[in-house]
Design a protein around this ligand. Structure first.
Ligand SMILES: Cc1ncc(COP(=O)(O)O)c(C=O)c1O
Length: 412
């Protein structure tokens, strides 16, 4: 560790070391939800990261933009993505280099208004205007619930949603979205369609050390990332694509040029600053102050998953996925995944979404992910208070159901 890193490693004191005591770890975010409040764990809104960012000094992440700055549409006319701010490009490359999750050498970076916009740009860029039929777009179920909507919203003549990749057996061109780790199930995945000639789009929104062990630096043709899930800054709406083929990068850029004439410079510069702050603290592990961002996220999610698994074990009503132990090249630890979502099923086949709704917990049902409606996806990324209420109610479900004689007799 260099001298500068060491100096940085002994600075302020975020809440990462306190994550064990979840009730105390609000990082100044006190909201005091009423006990009967509806808690919305349907969206993957990454508000759990607020407590980390609050502990940094006001000047450390503050980014000021003056009235005369950033007026132009253009950022770097020499870049295939001419509206990509050089500072953002630099900090994206530094971050991937420091974490070791994806290669950037030889790639063009295309910035988007969230990776949601990039998903559309990719579909536009990889499909050809002279093809006779729309290209099939597939993803293995359970797939990210927005893929069908994003694909079919404008009823493009170029592509159409064709559902679960496991079921796709047509001898036709296709695009497969490969989400790894997967939203909703958290598992590491590869492509599943066997045919040649498919175009793979790797959606790596959750391939960061707080969620999963980093086992290699990926080098796929098209890789999508988003600040929303990496740093928690979903509101800035910044995503980026690492694209091997310059022509594809140019076509994606063209799409954005026509749709929005680029991406907000304020957002790009803010995220550039945030990523740089993370990079500057990225090599410090285990400092008592715990100001490594990924260490903070991993500690908090590990603790939440432990609490959730213990609660599920106690009430014996639900099933949670298990994840293998793997060596993480970034932390040097052997660890399992602690995904952004819990993919939960009721053991007795009860409709879990309905059951949770009856307890004022909003979740997303399995059907939306092309999967068994018995499953639900529960966000693990909410504020501490929401997570604690969720756990309290999960324990209550057991009491309530036992009291009502609904206990399943076939449980292990
Ligand atoms: C797998 C996956 N891809 C893409 C996105 C889109 O993220 P954003 O548009 O906020 O960058 C999300 C958001 O939840 C996601 O889970």
């Amino acid at each position: 560790m260099g001298g500068t890193d060491q100096a940085r490693c002994t600075r302020r004191s975020p809440a990462a070391t306190n994550v064990g005591n979840s009730k105390e770890n609000n990082g100044g975010v006190t909201r005091n939800l009423p006990v009967d409040a509806v808690i919305n764990l349907d969206h993957g809104d990454p508000t759990m990261y607020e407590s980390y960012w609050r502990t940094l000094g006001d000047d450390e992440c503050t980014f000021v933009i003056k009235g005369y700055e950033s007026l132009s549409y253009f950022s770097n006319p020499k870049n295939p993505c001419w509206f990509l701010e050089p500072k953002l490009e630099e900090s994206i490359k530094s971050l991937h280099g420091a974490v070791g999750n994806a290669a950037t050498d030889g790639y063009s970076i295309v910035v988007g208004t969230g990776s949601s916009q990039l998903l559309q740009a990719v579909l536009y860029a990889v499909t050809s205007h002279d093809q006779p039929n729309q290209i099939n777009v597939v993803s293995a179920a359970p797939y990210y619930s927005s893929y069908p909507e994003i694909t079919d919203l404008v009823r493009s003549g170029l592509y159409k949603w064709a559902g679960d990749a496991h079921q796709f057996d047509k001898n036709e061109p296709y695009v497969e979205f490969v989400t790894s780790p997967n939203n909703p199930s958290g598992v590491i995945r590869g492509p599943v369609v066997n045919g040649g000639g498919g175009i793979l789009v790797h959606d790596l929104a959750y391939y960061w050390p707080q969620y999963t062990p980093i086992t290699s630096s990926l080098e796929f043709d098209i890789m999508l990332f988003t600040a929303s899930k990496c740093t928690g800054h979903a509101g800035s709406r910044i995503g980026w694509a690492l694209v091997k083929d310059k022509e594809v990068a140019k076509k994606m850029t063209k799409f954005m040029e026509v749709i929005t004439i680029g991406v907000s410079k304020e957002s790009q510069l803010r995220v550039a600053k945030i990523l740089q702050v993370i990079v500057d603290r990225c090599k410090c592990f285990g400092s008592p102050e715990g100001h490594n961002f990924f260490e903070f996220g991993k500690n908090l999610l590990t603790k939440r998953w432990e609490i959730l698994r213990e609660t599920v074990k106690q009430n014996k009503m639900f099933i949670l996925p298990k994840y293998p132990l793997q060596h993480c090249n970034y932390t040097g630890d052997v660890t399992q995944a602690h995904p952004a979502f819990a993919w939960i099923k009721c053991k007795d086949g009860t409709d879990c979404e309905k059951l949770f709704r009856n307890h004022n917990i909003l979740t997303r049902g399995g059907r939306k992910f092309g999967s068994d409606p018995g499953f639900v996806r529960v966000s693990m990324l909410g504020r501490e208070e929401e997570f604690n209420l969720f756990i309290d109610r999960l324990s209550m479900i057991q009491i309530f159901n036992k009291g009502d004689g609904h206990e399943n007799e076939n449980l292990d």
